[in-house]
Design a protein around this ligand. Structure first.
Ligand code: 5GP
Ligand code: ZN
Length: 119
């Protein structure tokens, strides 16, 4: 198992990355872990998280651009691996738009019709 360089002691997703809290992991890479959302909003709803703790997408991108790119390629691998060519990626950034876990995560959603703009 790859040990993260940075972890926050009380962070839920750091604990999932470490294996201290169970999750249905569907894909791993050197820098990311992908697991099913506990409250799925679509037939496919997976969260791709970096192993290293940062609070949001911009912070992760600033910390490690290559790792941040790996989130997007991991998301595609998860979606296509489950038979979806079309999928939506969402990074909620800030409590005001619904971010509830402050460890960077990319929602990968697929398998139902989606509206634009999102609600
Ligand atoms: P946010 O609202 O921060 O963008 O997304 C956080 C996501 O984490 C939510 O979709 C929520 O359902 C998911 N989540 C919260 N707690 C857990 C958990 O313990 N396990 C898993 N697999 N997902 C979780
Ligand atoms: Zn964390």
């Amino acid at each position: 198992m790859v040990v993260p360089v940075t972890a926050a002691p009380d962070c839920l997703f750091c604990k999932i990355v470490a294996g201290d809290i169970p999750a249905e992991v569907v894909h791993t890479t050197e820098s990311t872990v992908a697991f099913r959302d506990i409250n799925p909003q679509a037939p496919l709803h997976v969260l791709v998280v970096p192993r290293d703790h940062e609070p949001d997408a911009a912070a992760s991108a600033a910390a490690d651009a290559a790792m941040f790119a790996e989130i997007a390629t991991t998301a595609r691998a998860v979606a296509t691996g489950e038979g979806y060519d079309d999928y939506r990626l969402v990074f909620n950034t800030g409590a005001g738009v619904g971010q509830t876990v402050f460890h960077t995560h990319c929602h990968v959603l697929a398998g139902r019709a989606m509206t634009w703009p999102p609600g």
